[in-house]
Design a protein around this ligand. Structure first.
Ligand code: NI
Length: 389
């Protein structure tokens, strides 16, 4: 373990340089050509077995020989946001930015590969650099879904990944069980009957009805779900009405729901459907459409424990923070649905970056986190291999 810590410290400058290079040239999901090329070249220099063009722009690489196999996953895509930092390595691409830290995730996984390439591994570590975590393609498939279609988990015993998070740099966060939410997009259509604005009694007001429906929906989490079952319902769009003197015939509501998946998700959807009865009693027709998002990221307790043990040795017990379920969603959930896996949080805040806001034009992170992330990934992968021998 001392060896890994030392290796990671030596890699500090290399990793910072690499992250800045990726940061300056952000690419949209399924278009990560330059990033994938840089990733593949870096891995080839380590004498890894590299396969390019997996799931369009993904890169798969292996280090080590024989079995067992464990996997480390990183995401490479950026967001269509105009960067507004004055960092010397700020995005050179208009309206494109690494505002979710995927540049750091990719760098940490490459750092883990650099560390592991120098060790005498008993088994193999497979690196999955996936495209498009942030969104699905025209056929409704995200990067992880596309990677799965190419059997990237074949023979893999377990998989780990990290994501940046507002925790102090030098620390990591670990959640056992449901770590990130299952998310769905909802669309509700409320249809009433138009009439003159002076004679609302002749119509069925879709706007007045929608107020009652939203109010009922707002009570689901506070009054219909047990306190131990975390859930979020956010109605985020409302559209209706055509003119000031016409009673609105139709209102469309949009929103996002977050749950721990499975029965909790079904209950949430059933309760939203039930809320629509309020609108029906008032004479409107109400329809709910669900557009399925990512599944819950379920952290396997045994894999999580290996992350904890590795990080305690590398960073000290006080730097391993127990974290709770977070209603963010990640397409890593598709991978943990297949085999035991876990995602841990990489702390990136410091005095220099006290308050990073993910998906914002001013997002930044403390680069001291890069060596930390690389070392925890490498140490955990090595420990997992020993466990499966
Ligand atoms: Ni992200």
């Amino acid at each position: 373990m001392d060896g890994i810590k030392h290796e990671a410290e030596n890699l500090r400058e290399t990793l910072i340089k690499l992250r800045r290079e990726i940061h300056a040239e952000p690419e949209y999901g399924f278009c990560e050509y330059k990033t994938a090329k840089l990733v593949a070249e870096t891995l080839k220099n380590l004498k890894a077995k590299v396969t390019e063009g997996v799931a369009k722009t993904g890169v798969v690489a292996e280090i080590g020989e024989g079995g067992p196999v464990v996997a480390i996953r990183a995401d490479m895509d950026a967001l269509p946001i105009q960067e507004e930092t004055d960092l010397p390595f700020a995005s050179r691409v208009q309206k494109m930015m690494h505002a979710c830290g995927h540049d750091a995730h990719t760098t940490c996984a490459l750092g883990a590969a650099m560390i592991l390439a120098r060790r005498n591994l008993k088994g193999r570590v497979r690196f999955l650099f996936q495209p498009s975590e942030e969104q699905k393609d025209a056929e409704g498939k995200s990067g992880a879904m596309r990677m799965l279609e190419e059997n990237v988990l074949e023979g893999v015993s377990s998989i780990i990944a990290l994501h940046t998070k507002p925790l102090p740099v030098g620390s990591i966060g670990v959640t056992t069980g449901a770590a990130l939410a299952a998310n769905d997009t909802i669309k509700i259509t409320i249809r009433g009957r138009a009439s003159h604005g002076a004679h609302p009694e002749e119509g069925i007001d879709a706007i007045a009805t929608s107020v009652q429906v939203i109010s009922a929906i707002q009570q689901i989490v506070s009054r219909r779900l047990p306190a131990v079952s975390p859930a979020v319902i956010s109605i985020t769009t409302i559209n209706g009405g055509i003119k000031e003197n016409v009673i609105a015939e139709q209102v469309e509501l949009g929103g996002t729901i977050r749950s721990t998946g499975g029965a909790a998700r079904q209950k949430l959807i059933a309760e939203i459907e039930r809320s629509l009865d309020v609108g029906r009693v008032l004479g409107a027709t109400c329809e709910l459409e669900i557009f399925e998002g990512y599944p819950v990221t379920m952290n396997d307790s045994a894999v999580t424990e290996v992350i904890r043990a590795s990080a305690r040795e590398l960073l000290g017990a006080e730097k391993v923070i127990e974290t709770l379920f977070d209603p963010w969603a990640e397409d890593f959930g598709y991978l943990t649905a297949q085999i035991p896996g876990a995602m841990f949080w990489l702390g990136v805040t410091s005095e220099r970056v006290p308050n990073p806001v993910w998906h914002s034009s001013k997002f930044d992170l403390d680069e001291d986190a890069l060596a930390v992330g690389a070392s925890v990934l490498a140490a955990t992968a090595e420990r997992l291999l020993k466990k499966y021998l």
